[in-house]
Design a protein around this ligand. Structure first.
Ligand code: NZQ
Ligand code: ZN
Length: 388
């Protein structure tokens, strides 16, 4: 194992009826709290009322910022940061899915910056300070509740870019699986695809000495494959929702990465699809991932797909490695498109090849997309075309 730093500083309250700790946790961080949320699901589910009651009980001064959109826009970041500056906000409370939490992290960073928040996203200016963020997760998918990332979109430039800084990691996250009972089938399925992809982006490499992490990743992938269909069939199955929620957090909080340094492959491609077409992140990943694996599979990396197939999908170990690899890709496709009932092509969701060249250029820059297998611009276009 190469050297690495393990530092996951988020305090987690997991399970039902933990909101009683919310007021005390926020009070530790300050007096003036800005509650951020999305398009109103938290009002429909009743969570909004519970959160407000807890904050009021603790005598906190409450401000609100709502309407954060899926694939959050930089305009929302700027608007939220304005409130923070004007009201001298001490602490941010994000109540929502990855979009709300991401946007809130970026708001916390932009509050210390005089200028357009987009400068931070494109790394024109550094992020070295952030108003403390507390999150109440409502959708199991992105891992934003326990990581340092915020992915922000700019529709004017067709960009969707990840911003990362340790100062943005949530200080405290409340993970109550019952809050995700109201997540619909489609978002549950997209969330499962996202969790799987976070693991696969790290799992697929040829380093041999990370046995402990490889087996752990296979265990979490099996968890998602076991429980996502149960959550679809029985939205209020606590065991399923709880396993998905904890898998979401641990898929991307840094633990699984160990010392691995390889770049990611499907996420950069998906972020371009979302940037141009505003599609749901997990859906884009589901469409791309089996095609990407199919495209890059060769004699040099077949052993890794053999491990994936035999350990995750329990394919017969006695079959030839290439046969196992191909079968594992088919089983992954079936999981996404038959079991989770996600749309299987870009064509079905209204995407054609108009922007493929431009997207590939943005992804690869002047070089290649480094990852499990380096991809040139032409490779990326070919993979996009396989998804049509
Ligand atoms: O906006 P509201 O009304 O809350 O509705 C949301 C939204 O419409 C709804 N929803 C959330 N919780 C619900 C619920 N509906 C009913 N009941 C609940 N309990 O679900 C819809 C989608 O929400 P969103 O937050 O957009 O989904 P997700 O959590 O998948 O976040 C996606 C965003 O995160 C980024 C993605 O690119 C995308 O922008 N990512 C962030 C990452 C990170 N921070 O590390 C990593 C990921 O790879 C990803 O890129
Ligand atoms: Zn993702």
């Amino acid at each position: 194992m190469k050297h690495f730093i393990y530092d996951i500083p988020t305090k987690v309250y997991f399970g039902e009826n933990q909101l009683g700790h919310l007021g005390a946790e926020i009070s530790r961080l300050g007096k003036k709290v800005l509650v951020t949320y999305g398009g109103g699901s938290i009002k429909k589910t009743g969570l909004y009322g519970q959160v407000m009651a807890e904050l009021q009980k603790s005598g906190l001064e409450i401000f609100e910022f709502s309407g954060i959109e899926p694939n959050p826009k930089v305009t929302s970041v700027n608007a939220g940061a304005e409130i923070c500056k004007k009201e001298n906000i001490d602490v941010l409370l994000a109540v929502g899915g990855g979009s709300v939490i991401d946007c809130t992290k970026a708001i916390g960073a932009a509050a210390y910056y005089e200028g357009d928040a987009w400068d931070l996203v494109i790394k024109k200016a550094p992020v070295d300070k952030c108003i403390p963020v507390v999150s109440i997760l409502t959708l199991s998918a992105t891992g934003s509740e326990m990581d340092a990332n915020a992915v922000i979109s700019n529709p004017e430039t067709h960009d969707k870019i990840g911003l990362k800084s340790p100062v943005m990691v949530p200080k405290v996250s409340f993970l109550d699986p019952t809050v995700t009972y109201t997540v619909n089938k489609y978002q549950t399925a997209c969330g499962a695809a996202d969790i799987l992809s976070h693991i696969m982006e790290v799992y697929f490499n040829m380093e041999q000495d990370l046995y402990m992490l490889d087996r752990t990743m296979e265990g979490i992938m099996k968890t998602v494959i076991k429980y996502a269909p149960i959550a679809l069939a029985e939205p209020e199955n606590y065991e399923a929702r709880a396993n998905l929620m904890w898998a979401s957090s641990w898929a991307i909080n840094g633990f699984l990465k160990g010392g691995r340094t390889l770049g990611w492959s499907c996420h950069p491609m998906e972020h371009q699809l979302s940037a141009y077409y505003d599609i749901t992140h997990g859906l884009g990943l589901a469409i791309l991932t089996p095609r990407w694996l199919d495209y890059i599979l060769d004699e040099n990396n077949v052993s890794k797909l053999y491990d994936f197939g035999t350990h995750v999908f329990e394919i017969d170990k006695n079959l030839p490695a290439m046969a196992v690899a191909k079968q594992s890709i088919e089983m992954l496709s079936d999981f996404f498109f038959k079991t989770l009932e996600l749309q299987s092509t870009l064509t079905e969701i209204g995407i054609d090849e108009t922007h493929f060249e431009m997207m590939a250029k943005k992804i690869c820059g002047d070089g290649t997309l480094t990852g499990f297998k380096p991809l040139t611009q032409q490779d990326v276009v070919n993979i996009f075309k396989m998804c049509l």
